[in-house]
Ligand binder design. Sequence first.
Ligand code: B12
Length: 321
Amino acid sequence: MAAAPPESDEDRGLYRIRAVSEMTGVAAPTLRAWERRYGVPAPERTSSAYRLYSARDVALVRQVKALCDAGVSAAEAADRALRQTNEREPAPLAADADAFAAAASRIVEATRSFAPHEVEAAVQRAAMLGGAREVFERAFAPAMRAIGDLWHAGRLSIAQEHLASTLVETATRDLLRVSRPGAPTARALFACFAGEDHALGLLGVALAAQALGVRVVDLGARTPPAALADAVAALSPDFVCLSSTVPPEGAEARALVRAYADACGSTPWMVGGAGARSLRALVEKRGGSVPLAGEASIEQALADALRAARKRPRPPPSPRR
Ligand code: B12
């Protein structure tokens, strides 16, 4: 029987096993073992039986690896990654590799026209294109960055930017709610620095954490250290993620970082976002970490945090939980 033609560019067999191994850091024998044992991924074969992995296969391998790095067993990781992929399979537009870019530009265009209902409709349509994390990274985040650039260039008003960011944030929180892991393997507390209104980026990280099986509690924008301390004491999270876009400076930065370190106590914590780089030295001095920028390093940072959390003796549960 002839193989069905690929549904999209993402399904086209492109990479030989060695290339995939180099791209993902997973050894070729492990890739073959995952395929044999769990059918993950199941690349197409050339007429001489060489495996040809598609972009979707490579994404699947990366997802399984991130879960394994986070301490999940290979069988469980394969099962989870496969379920997440299958969940987004029925979405008709997911087959179109450019559907996300088109959705992002529909959000931007509707914002430029100052058409609230169209912005809302464009955001809702984008939300149905695929998995939560993918929708965020490939449609919402690029749309918001483009809207920011237009605003910066004086081609959009603050009102237009606020309209778009409110609708995108609401939709992202919906995605977060519907993609909560059923049987979480860890819990994390998320919050923005005091004075920080940019809450959207951290929600994207929360989606990535949930895809790794982490139950996220997000305290949102402008979380003062005392509030974080309270939440850490009440919820005993496995780790804490803080976000800073417009970073504090000088004495304020020193005082805040010290207060967040105290609030986290022995709980591992990290600071990310566009403003985190300028806080790196202070954060590291107080025992926190600052992951490198970029999508792949977010997954890596979360996987590292999960691994570190597993090694840490857990405090006794608080009576308030
Ligand atoms: C939307 C937006 C807003 C919204 C935020 C709404 C919300 N709910 O988040 C509102 C309207 C509130 C806002 C306000 C302001 N904004 Co604004 N805003 C933006 C805009 C357009 C998009 C931000 C965004 O959502 N990006 C998309 C997300 C997905 O990307 P991200 O935030 O970088 O997050 C990613 C990573 O950084 C990382 N990450 C983030 N947090 C963490 C945490 C961890 C632990 C890890 C591992 C990773 C990580 O992962 C994310 C996902 O990939 C940007 C423009 C831009 N180009 O980014 C300006 C921008 C960030 N804003 C800016 C400014 C100046 C402001 C204001 C000061 C404007 C003003 N004069 O009032 C205020 C600040 C208010 C405050 N006190 O914080 C500047 C910042 C410049 C700077 N660095 O100093 C920018 C860059 C615009 C510009 N070109 O000048 N803003």
